[in-house]
Design a binder for this molecule. Structure first.
Ligand code: 45D
Length: 158
């Protein structure tokens, strides 16, 4: 992987990647929930995102049954080779971030498989959640980019 992290929160990035896949997904969703209205697709940097591309990919995911939607998100994290994980890997980091954001929104309006309401974070994941919340907005964004950037399957072998 030739991707170079922003190095803004390298310990948190490592800690995140060391979690079990499902814990990563759950933690990521809780972060989204806590960020609430502080994130909006109309953010200043939004011009660097490609909303049509992110939405196009999201629409493909929406067509899948819930179980496959979950599997796909696990595949993104583990870097499995599928059509969608290849498409994801070709996106810019900002568009990747937007795609995850749209996925989380889709969970809230029941178009994407929701989290079980009683799902518990592990102690490690919960600690990390607290740390992420303490980073402040700018560093959080850098952290998210570092998380979503290497996900998916890069067919160029990078
Ligand atoms: O049954 O510059 C478990 C833009 C197992 C604009 C599960 C932005 C059990 C431009 C795994 C728990 C908006 C892009 C099930 C900036 C079980 C710009 C399922 C900022 C069902 C800066 C779990 C964007 C699942 C930002 C399905 C900050 C979990 C975006 C899914 C932030 C979790 C986005 C998901 C975030 C989490 C997205 C989809 C934090 C998504 C999080």
């Amino acid at each position: 992987m030739t991707y170079v992290t922003s190095n803004v929160a390298p310990e948190q990035v490592k800690a995140f990647q060391a979690l079990e896949v499902d814990q990563q997904l759950a933690l990521f969703y809780f972060v989204y929930k806590k960020m609430g209205d502080t994130v909006t697709p109309a953010a200043p940097g939004a011009s660097k995102a490609s909303p049509e591309i992110a939405e196009g990919l999201l629409n493909q995911v929406k067509e899948l049954p819930f179980d496959d939607q979950l599997q796909l998100q696990r595949d993104l994290i583990t870097g499995k080779d599928t059509v969608i994980t290849r498409e994801y890997a070709a996106l810019s980091d900002t568009t990747k971030l937007l795609f995850w954001y749209l996925l989380a929104q889709g969970m809230d309006n029941n178009q994407i498989i929701p989290m079980p309401s009683d799902y518990q974070l592990s102690g490690e994941a919960d600690q990390l959640l607290t740390q992420i919340q303490g980073l402040g907005f700018e560093k959080q964004i850098a952290f998210f980019r570092d998380i979503v950037s290497p996900m998916g399957f890069d067919s160029t072998g990078a």
